[in-house]
Design a protein around this ligand. Sequence first.
Ligand code: IVH
Length: 725
Amino acid sequence: MQDNDTPVADLGEEAARAELARLAEAITRANRAYHAEDAPEISDAEYDRLKARNAAIEAAFPHLRRADSPSGQVGAAPSEGFAKVTHAVRMLSLSNAFSDEDVTDFVAGIRKYLGLPAEAPIAFTAEPKIDGLSLSLRYERGRLINAATRGDGEVGENVTANALTLGDIPERLEGAPRVLEVRGEVYMSHSDFADLNARQEAAGQKTFANPRNAAAGSLRQLDPAVTRTRPLRFFAYSWGEISEPLADTQSDAIARLADLGFQTNPLTRRCARAVDMLDHYRAIEAQRATLGYDIDGVVYKVDDLGLQARLGFRSTTPRWAIAHKFPAELAWTRLEAIDIQVGRTGALSPVARLTPVTVGGVVVSNATLHNEDYIAGRDARGEPIRGGRDIRVGDWVQVYRAGDVIPKIADVDLARRPADAAPYDFPQTCPECGSAAVREEGDAVRRCTGGLICPAQAVEKLKHFVSRAAFDIEGLGAKQVEMFYRDDLLPVREPADIFTLQRRDATNLAKLANRDGWGQTSAKNLFAAIDDRRTIALNRVIFGLGIRHVGEVAASDLARHFGTWARFADTVDAAAREPAAQAQDAKARKAALADSPAWAEIVSIDGIGDSVAAALTSAFAQPRERASIDRLIAELDVQEVTARAAADSPVAGKTVVFTGTLEKMTRAEAKARAEALGAKVAGSVSAKTDLLVAGPGAGSKAKKAAELGVETIDEDGWLRLIGDA
Ligand code: IVH
């Protein structure tokens, strides 16, 4: 909206009333575009200006404050209005292949995992990867029970009423299994997209940047009547929970979905060999421009569903499928500035500020520059990249987007380099706190040494703490955390402060409620959401601490191993005092291992190595950081984590070691299977080992197990034990 320059003091009552109405509408629209449609229409600065102007007018004319005043809202949460649906079977994503070689590696990896010889044939299906949004349709006794978006993979939004407006989604099925979750992609065709934007424009309403955004925005309408007017389509390509198998192969299962009345992609093929997969990829790529809808690659899936079941899943992706992406789109633009962002672990990350340019339907104005070597034209080993050309402010650079990741810079055009462009001087001190920024031997990244005194590190740590996989506090996202961090009345400088917010003094609710952007209700809701998270699982706490190298998977591994916070913290504290924690290099560490039982326990956990142990112990050894962690734990009721699921399996909770040659399965498969049954798989035998599975050729581990009296069985014994024989 047009800025009104009239000073508030000079506004008449009528003008003030009219402007408040315009502001309410503009702010609501901006909130919705930002939070619900993932398509911001105005800059943050403009948004702040609208809010400030609104607050100033309300302060001068309190009686004109509207019932729907935007100062009472904390930005529309994305899901407000939609009920939540917990998926019976998680909705996963796909790992990516960017080259033919990645595809052959994928096939080879599958053979290796299954222990099949190199020449053994494995058939795959190949089909377009539709660029839309995924949807899970749950049918029970042939009736559509609910339709849910993917959400975070575990919990999505219930959009049943909207889904039923799609012609491609049947409400009833004939001859379907009793329970059937059909999964697929909602998308909009190019011509429907063009028509929709023309209609929106004629009606003075917002237009969409690309068909994907249009499809997402249309499906996630609160009013199904609006969705009904949007021409959405649906391709079925997969399934979630089913009460009985659809078929023995992926291709037959898809054919079955087609028989049940779903649209399936006509370019789906069964490929007997890897060359056929790549041929079909090229055939699809050649048709890409004329298909009439957006696709961004080709998905390959193992055809035999028995093999799919054996291959199973990693934490977020299936082992039996991969998305072969089309080459990234490229565009040239000017590099206007290089900014340095300081991350949670102090890493100084250079960011390119670009003259905005459209790359594959999306406007790009930032790109990552990775690190100082990358800017200088070298890789981590000092070898030249881009032919050794450095990147300078003022340069013309070629940007590309591969998938949803942050845009990157592929090249610079030296012919267009301004005469006065100077090589970039990477800062040696932290731009946020002034502390020295140092680069350790072998590390590509320069890091701020300020720790928690660095405001950027502290804020990023807080943002990480409230993120989805960590504490996930409703109403307290990255933006709010930043605001609280800078607040003088009610500061939040470390995670524990979030939990003491409410009781710091009796007037806090009023203080928060009076703040711009907040009201009584949102303040109360926030305090309730915070209280909700006082009881929390150990893995989320460990992940939430934001310690370097400790991602979601490592945090879960640690939590499953230690079970309780006390066991975890005591072991890390003990390890921090042991010689291994003081060792300067890998060799010294190895030598110190025998005298470092706590350290040895940490690194015995499968998937946890020296870098995680070092990061944990160094965080716990810093008095400031340790005290801040203790303050947090004092506020929480940390829930014990027990070995995952399958508590009825005889191996649940047991620590198992595999050694020697396995003949019926590969080591990787054995490990994944054991973990799925709730066992911990360790790499070495110790007093904590419950069971050794020894194949032919077992050596020192079997000997050690015998010494320690650890039960030892062979592969067949193992298969009988877990019921797979
Ligand atoms: S299969 C367990 N097939 O891509 C894997 N996904 O990057 C189930 N997608 O979330 C997915 N076309 O939204 C599959 N033909 C296709 C697809 C497809 C598009 C989307 C889907 C998924 C995302 C993963």
